[in-house]
Design a protein around this ligand. Structure first.
Ligand code: UD1
Length: 309
């Protein structure tokens, strides 16, 4: 089949492109290289069609979607703080961009659209684990944008018969996640610091927990979401279903790296949620999803990758 991956040069999108090629599919990438990079696609550049363009431009998305049976919509401005500082730009990319992808997919006769949603849609809801039946309570523009995208998808599924699936990513980590950006995930930062023998800083006392999920599992979930029957119009958590505190995380990375570094503690980050954990029972039951790579194994793979890169 032919698949369009919007945001295909990004962290998750580029892993998806690699997997789709391995599975023998034809791949079209649409990326504006705002946060994605050509280096992420270097190994497969000759085998994919890369279009430099923006999801805000409907005509460009239509050109890319033509002839695609499946669209994976990974393109987004993925930062909560950015969405607070620049809500209009975040809105334009994350909501208008998603609407454009839906319109283009419908016109192209695409069978199914898989959308990268986020745990951010749960927001303030304190109950753990978070399950899909809970009421979304986003507390950032980013969370509002992702739940809006989900509503648009479900509506397109009902109105026009386009099959849609939303995947609510929790804390995804793995190779090619940029440790240098102001919006980098904690694992990419800690791995970078620990391998460099530099100290790490905990925002708060380090007892907060997250449901970290290795990127290969997220790609598995995307492939299942694109191919399983009976899942259209729905949303699924994508995580490990296990909690790891930040203190435990640091120790696991130090163990994988064989390096111990100094630790310091500072104020908790404003707006942070304390704890996060996913219920992945729905994804397991209806998608057949199982996180094959656990957190410890994923950290080992990441450390090895960064070391040899
Ligand atoms: C993550 C997602 C975000 C999503 C949100 C949904 C990432 C990169 N971000 O944010 O897109 O919307 O979940 O809930 O996956 N920390 C430190 N020291 C550091 C860096 C971070 O202690 O040097 C702490 C943070 O304060 C936080 C935890 O580590 O408590 C995780 O932070 P981060 O990786 O930025 O992810 P989330 O805030 O969970």
């Amino acid at each position: 089949m032919r698949a369009l991956v919007t945001g295909g040069a990004g962290f998750i999108g580029s892993h998806l492109c690699h997997r789709l090629l391995e599975l023998g599919h034809e791949v079209v990438v649409l990326d504006n290289f705002f946060s994605g990079s050509r280096a992420n696609l270097r190994a497969i550049a000759e085998h994919v069609r890369i279009v430099e363009g923006d999801v805000r431009d409907l005509a460009t998305v239509e050109v890319c979607a033509a002839g695609c049976e499946v669209v994976f919509h990974e393109a987004a401005i993925v930062s909560v703080p950015f969405s607070v500082e620049r809500p209009q730009e975040s809105h334009d990319v994350n909501i208008q961009g998603t609407l454009n992808v839906l319109q283009a997919a419908r016109r192209a006769g695409t069978k199914r659209l898989v959308f990268a949603s986020s745990a951010a849609i749960y927001g303030e809801e304190p109950t753990l684990p978070k399950s899909e039946g809970m009421r979304p309570e986003p507390m950032s523009p980013y969370g509002v944008e992702k739940i809006t995208g989900e509503h648009y998808l479900a509506t397109w599924s009902r109105l026009f018969g386009l099959e849609t699936v939303a995947l609510r990513y929790f804390n995804v980590f793995g190779p090619r996640q940029d440790p240098k950006s102001a919006y980098s995930g904690v694992i990419s930062i800690f791995v970078d610091r620990i391998l460099g023998g530099r100290p790490i800083t905990f925002f708060g006392d380090g007892s907060q927990c997250r449901d970290f999920v290795y990127v290969a599992n997220v790609i598995d979930a995307n492939i299942l979401a694109a191919t399983r029957d009976g899942v259209s119009g729905r949303a699924f958590n994508v995580a490990c279903g296990k909690r790891t505190t930040l203190l435990e995380l640091a120790t696991l990375i130090e163990r994988a790296a064989g390096v111990t570094v100094a630790r310091s503690f500072t104020d908790a980050r404003a707006g942070d949620i304390k704890d996060s954990l996913a219920d992945i029972a729905r994804a397991a039951r209806d998608l057949g999803y199982a996180p094959g790579v656990g957190v410890e194994e994923g950290l080992k793979r990441l450390v090895d990758h960064v070391r040899t890169a």
